[in-house]
Design a protein around this ligand. Structure first.
Ligand code: HSE
Length: 311
């Protein structure tokens, strides 16, 4: 007999990892979202409480990713119980940290835990991707896969869906700086070039191969050197205030590399240890503050587990 209340945490993620547009991502320990589900007897899915969203997210269960994925799950499994949803957003949205993915993944892992014969996590992935479609119009998986499965994930193929969890050097550390500017994912996707030259494509796939090899070999130099995105970053960085100056600061202070998290505006600092991440993140935050841009910072290693049932 499964229990009737469950609480789940799903982590924020860094999608793309610079050179792996729509195919690479990693999970963080924090920030992340928390979802509490309570079974009800009405057979309906309702949202009873949302916190941490400054009143911006819809309570209509057909419009919020956290509930749409739950409705799809119940339908797909022919389950007839309903649930009341409490969503505690513990991360900013529109930040490039995979906020909608974290909510969808938390909702799915929670409803799965309430079902009598839970599915293995991997089976939840297509449903979580549909949640992305509700949130931003495209069912990409580079946020939902790491949030659900943890670690560093590679979407080897979308059709058919094939996700590979890569090994990674455990000591790798990330600093994140989220400047308070608004960049909707849809806009950050629209401005990208639809065609690239063969010459540029070859540079990019050399780096993507180098990055995957770097993770597999646990070679931090190779990982850092391979995060050299010549296709997406030059375009998207124009939307982020002082990006080039901030990247300079990070690289001069010993970061392995620096890039845009997902579609931005959050930037990630990749380092070998927490002290370096923290020093650079503070310096970048100060630099932005002096120029009237407020920001939040986060520090995290790579989260190997992904979404977790807390109770
Ligand atoms: N791969 C997606 C993009 C991630 O870069 O648009 C969105 O967070």
């Amino acid at each position: 007999m499964s229990s009737s209340t469950v609480k789940v945490f799903a982590p924020a993620t860094i999608a793309n990892l610079s050179v792996g547009y729509d195919v690479l991502g990693l999970a963080l320990h924090q920030p992340g979202d928390e979802v509490i589900l309570r079974k009800n007897k009405t057979g309906k899915v309702t949202i009873s409480k949302i916190s941490g969203d400054e009143g911006k997210l819809p309570y209509d269960p057909t419009k919020n990713t956290v509930s749409t994925v739950i409705i799809d799950y119940l339908k797909q499994r022919n389950l007839d119980f309903g649930v009341d949803i409490e969503l505690n957003k513990k991360m900013p949205f529109g930040s490039g940290l995979g906020s909608s993915s974290a909510s969808a993944v938390a909702g799915l892992v929670a409803i799965n835990a309430l079902a009598d014969m839970p599915w293995e996590k991997k089976l939840l992935l297509p449903l979580a991707m549909e949640g992305e479609r509700v949130a931003c119009g495209i069912a990409h998986a580079d946020n939902v896969a790491p949030s659900l499965l943890g670690g560093v994930t590679l979407i080897r193929s979308y059709h058919p869906l094939e996700v590979i969890k890569l090994p990674f050097p455990e000591h790798l550390h990330l600093g994140l700086v989220y400047p308070h500017v608004n960049i909707p994912t849809s806009q950050a996707r629209r401005i990208l070039p639809q065609k690239v030259t063969l010459k540029d494509a070859s540079v990019q796939w050399g780096n993507l191969g180098g990055l995957v090899a770097g993770f597999c070999l646990k070679d931090v130099e190779l990982i850092g050197n391979s995060m050299n995105d010549i296709l997406i970053e030059p375009v998207r960085s124009l939307l982020i205030p002082y990006f080039d100056a901030l990247k300079n600061i990070a690289l001069h202070q010993g970061a392995l590399n620096f890039g845009i998290s997902g579609s931005g505006p959050t930037m990630f600092i990749l380092t070998n240890d927490e002290r370096t991440s923290s020093t650079i993140a503070d310096q970048i935050q100060r630099y932005l503050k002096e120029r009237n841009v407020n920001s939040n910072t986060y520090l995290s290693k790579i989260n190997p587990e992904g979404a977790l049932v807390l109770s």
